[in-house]
Design a protein around this ligand. Sequence first.
Ligand code: C2E
Ligand code: CA
Ligand code: CA
Length: 407
Amino acid sequence: MMIDLSHVRVMVLDDEPFMLKLLARILGNLGLHQVTLCDSGQAALAALDAQEMVSDLILCDLNMPTMDGVQFVRQLVDRQYQGGLILVSGEDDRLLQTVEKLVRAHRITLLGSLGKPVSPDALATLISQWIQLQPAHLPKAAKTYHAEDLALAINDSKLVNHYQPKVAVATGQVVGVETLVRWEHSDDGLVYPDRFIRLAEKHGLIDELTRNVLANAFRQTKSWRRAGLGFRVAVNVSMDCLASLDFPDFVMDLASTVGIAPADIVLEITESRQISDIRFVLDSLARLSLMRFGLSIDDFGTGYSTLAQLRDIPFDELKIDQSFVHRAWTNKTLRALYDTSLGLAKQLDIDAVAEGVEDRQDWDFLRHTGCKLAQGYFISRPMHFDELPGWLEEWQERVPDLLSTRL
Ligand code: C2E
Ligand code: CA
Ligand code: CA
């Protein structure tokens, strides 16, 4: 069956100009003419942002010098990319398979992967299979939200915090909870942060959003303290907030007003996008550390987290990204990424938290490898604060069994 592909918008990302030309020619021969060519991840993201995400299909090379394919995929996830993806790579099959798993874990539609040199027939097959699966032969965009609605929601206290426990692997002790914000939407129910955090960052709402989340989390911390619960409470802070120099004073004032100590709080720093001036960020982090707030580096191993930053900033905790944790016990490449992150935390003498612990095998793997802290659905899903006492009781009952297998 011949399908009209002229409406499909394709982006090709490869650092080699020759490959770009070759792929554009192959796509043209298949009837795909709306093709954007980019020679770096940065250029591709700039193009996507400028077009407000209308690419239906992306062909992405894995091995590129400034931003590799894995980092690029992470950025697509942040942008809630809804289209299809084809990986193109000269790397060996094993690496390709691992990256395929990562992509699927991020719920991006992977049409498949192609080795270099690219076979035009193989590319045509992938594209036609994908097109036939699309309703009306066109990808449908998920609902997106408007900045004005988010601003109203923040004002009307429609953002609520959920909390997910962090536990010590050796003892099962609950050492903390992470605050995860949700939007209680009147039409759509509970909306998750990956649908609105980027929107907030893009439209200058992230400061107000974070200040709300912090205020609610601090008040909750206070009431847990009153109830005799001593764990630390973590809050996610994006780099945009740290770039404003009054942020540390705001956080300190808020803690004093509510009546909690900075040491009760951990700020998890997420790098959602590149920051123009890293000096302000370093300034804020240094001051927060001097004030004795705990600092955690989030999603380690993805995005732009680099060793250099660990050296410059006094982090107390490193969170190993969930894509390197779940099933690392059975996959050599994930295992290598996990081991490297854990080894680094040990070398720097900071606590490692493995995220994305989804089953008993993941849990046992952490015990065997000596990771200090664990977080994930296997332990608990994020929950409303009033569910926490009930969960704590259940958890106490589960712990003996979880520590019973011999190491
Ligand atoms: P994150 O900081 O990496 O948070 C962990 C995410 O993984 C949460 O998603 C959590 O629900 C999910 N998760 C926990 N355990 C598991 C597991 O075992 N398996 C899997 N597959 N996932 C698990 P959530 O709540 O949708 O949050 C997504 C991201 O949104 C967070 O990622 C964080 O970067 C951001 N975020 C959440 N709240 C805030 C906030 O108040 N401010 C800012 N700036 N960002 C926030
Ligand atoms: Ca986090
Ligand atoms: Ca994380």
